[in-house]
Write a protein of this length. Sequence first.
Length: 343
Amino acid sequence: MTGTTPNPERAALEASTRKWMVAGLVLMGLFVLAFPLFRFYEPAQRADARTSQEQYLADQGEQIFADNCASCHGIDGTGAVAPAIGSVEFLFSVDDTQIKQLIDVGVPGTEMVAYSIDYGGPLTSEEGVAVTTYLRSLEAVEFSMANWRTPLENELLTGEQLFVLACSRCHGVDRAGDEDAGIPPLDATSPALESDDIFIFTRVFEGYKLMPRFGRILTETQINSIVAYLRGGAAPPTTTTTIPGATTTTTAADRSPENDPILALGKIVWEETGGFGNGCQECHGPLAQGTDKAPSIVGSGRTKIATALGGGVIDMNFDERLTSEEIDAVAAYLSWLVAHPTG
């Protein structure tokens, strides 16, 4: 029997195949061993990447917020003439989608306009996301403010603090103003301060041209504090300023519905106006202390009162809606009433 001659090419092919099979098995084994390590480390790497991206957006958003939002909402959202949206009370009440929507479309009927470029604002969608991310990052600061919706309704604020919160967005923290924009300086050498306290009080209270009417959101005591601060003092003057609209020299210390037209109008609204027969007092009580028909509104600021009288409370009905002047007057009368419960 003749023996078969070995084929060297076939033998070489089989040897190569076995080598690659072994290499494949080794590689597969390495993958099997490496996969648990990948599963262990990859989530942490993804989290780090996400954190880095969020920090990048927050840094961008902080600058955008400072340029566009801080003048009303305060530095880091601590509040000023607009709500303290950096407070945990606000941040815990909304999700990121709601914050982004507020930025994009604004709040109708308020000074909060739409900021999205799609609605005529200055911010792109990416910039809106950046501001949202920045605001969300402020949760870590844990800044709390019970009256976050109306930060200025705090009688403990000094004249300087009130100026920074309410006035510095236009006049500057340094009170230097902006002459190119027609905003006068209010430093010690300013010609604007050559006027008497009555003039300055009236200008703040009633507003002028582009300057808003701060009598709507600041109490007379607070305005007097600002006047004292502008004069270089730390507290309101002992003799308070003449109230705008009074026909006689009536001061905040001795004003009453009998000698002040604003309080007189407020008293009429409180006691007679509306669809209640006896005005607001019929439900809230003669001293605003509350009854079984309506809650106490002692200490309510102008903003809260305006919201309620403007239709913010479903159960409140009126024969006719109140004017802005009537709302201002009833808010002033309520403040006076709390301080003078015996009339």
